[in-house]
Write a protein that binds this ligand. Structure first.
Ligand code: UD1
Length: 423
């Protein structure tokens, strides 16, 4: 089991370059299945989840060439022979479900093992399936090799009006990718508005699709008969951006985040300012300064974009553990995303919680401890707490962190963190 050993090394200082977005690149890679021509995706972060998506496409018979030095992935899927994702791969990552829409659009068939990923709640896929059915897809479940699979088939995909009961990011992406090759017009209402949705729409439009309204709650897609290959640069990762902004705040340091996009992290900028940090929007990024400042607590509630992102809830809670006063965090997006609390409490954090509400009382007595990353963002939250605690913090199960943060140890060390990877 690999671990990080983290020690308090005072305020972090320096510059960090933000990588391409994990949550943007995964749907882009899946969308490459919509054409038999080559797609080139630049600024692709070298992450475990990206490796899993490469393996899923290769297992179908597609050609994937990922140059991790140049962060460029080339995908060519004219040789695909298998329209699905098996249990071994799909169980590693929930985003494996994103190949379902493109496979249906290209071949009218998809067989996907029920997806895995971080254990942060039930995370059903009913909204994806309901939308597919509205487009004319027949769906059933099949159990084989000890696993549950979703099988989907359509003779023809027909554009339609879809209303999502919740603005699910994955369902919006999957349905957009199916609708681009359906006959007629599809509208998705109460669609997710995340920047990753806009990036996907831009990629699809470069491939020849007709997608309008991405980034708003209503997306209109006019189906076309064929898409072609393209080249695209992935947007910077707003969650990595937020994590390093919080690293500056929790250590009362000063970090410049190069190529970070301020408009993608508005709620975090607002909350950090409420706490008393100085946040500057610059031409080539964002800088956060908490040097010699007394930070105070605040309250937040996670919401779909443009609300406060659920993926930054646990890292922000680590900051609140160290600020003066009492703050409140309400998680509304996932029902089981407080697993980091028990770990933070092992370090001396004062947190009362029930259901989806946590009350955090700041302390200056955080102590290093042996803790466990229970999911990707919870893992990052524990590293942040370790940077502010006295003594040594051992963070176990760091493979979760490596699913979503490129060169995490290298980048943290680059701004002065004392962090070591142990196999
Ligand atoms: C994506 C992100 C993840 C982020 C989440 C919310 C990727 C690869 N992952 O995940 O990092 O935390 O958005 O911002 O982009 N739901 C249903 N039925 C469905 C689909 C979703 O009930 O069919 C529920 C989920 O259980 C959850 C909520 O909707 O409670 C949000 O899920 P969703 O927006 O779909 O998240 P993901 O796309 O899985």
């Amino acid at each position: 089991m690999s671990k990080y050993i983290v020690r308090n090394n005072g305020p972090l200082k320096g510059e960090v370059s933000i990588s391409g977005s994990k949550n943007a690149v995964l749907p882009l890679m899946a969308a490459s299945l919509l054409t038999s021509e080559k797609c080139e995706i630049c600024d692709t972060p070298a992450l475990r989840d990206v490796d899993v998506m490469c393996s899923i496409i290769r297992a179908m018979g597609g050609k994937v060439d990922f140059d991790k030095d140049s962060n460029c992935v080339e995908i060519e899927t004219n040789t695909i022979t298998y329209n699905g994702a098996n249990s071994e791969l799909a169980s590693k990552m929930r985003a494996s479900i994103l190949v379902m829409g493109p496979l249906l659009a290209r071949s009218g068939k998809a067989t996907i093992a029920l997806p895995g990923g971080c254990a942060i709640g039930a995370r059903p896929i009913d909204l994806h399936l309901k939308g597919f059915e509205a487009m004319g897809v027949k769906i059933w479940e099949k159990h084989f090799d000890g696993f549950d699979y979703v099988v989907a088939e359509a003779e023809k995909l027909t554009g339609c009006d879809i209303y999502l009961d919740f603005p699910s990011v994955g369902a919006t992406e999957n349905l957009m990718m199916t609708a681009v090759l359906a006959e007629g017009v599809t509208t998705i209402q109460n669609a997710a508005e995340e920047p990753e949705i806009v990036d996907l729409a831009n990629f699809l439009n470069k491939m020849g699709a007709k997608v309008k309204g991405a980034g708003t709650a209503t997306i209109r897609i006019e189906g076309v008969s064929k898409l072609h290959g393209t080249k695209h640069h992935v947007i910077p990762d707003r969650i990595e951006t937020g994590t390093f902004m919080l690293a500056a705040a929790i250590t009362r340091g000063e970090i410049k985040l190069k190529n970070a996009v301020a408009s993608h992290v508005r709620p975090l900028i607002a909350k950090l300012k409420e706490c008393g940090a100085i946040v500057r929007e610059e031409d080539d990024g964002i800088s956060v300064c908490a040097k010699d400042r007394k930070l105070v607590s605040t309250n937040l509630k996670t919401l779909p974009y443009p609300g406060f992102p659920t993926d930054l809830q646990s890292p922000f809670m680590s900051l609140l553990v160290t600020t003066e006063g009492t703050g409140m965090v309400i998680e509304t997006v996932f029902e089981n995303r407080f697993m980091h609390i028990a770990e933070l409490q092992k370090m001396g954090a004062i947190i009362d919680y029930s259901d989806r509400k946590a009350i955090i009382t700041g302390t200056d007595k955080l102590q290093g401890a042996s803790v466990k990353a229970t999911d990707l963002r919870a893992g990052a939250a524990l590293v942040l707490a370790g940077l502010a605690a006295e003594g040594t913090t051992e963070v176990d199960q760091v493979y979760y962190i490596e699913r979503g943060y490129e060169k995490f140890v290298e980048k943290m060390s680059g701004v002065g963190a004392d962090i070591e990877y142990i196999e």
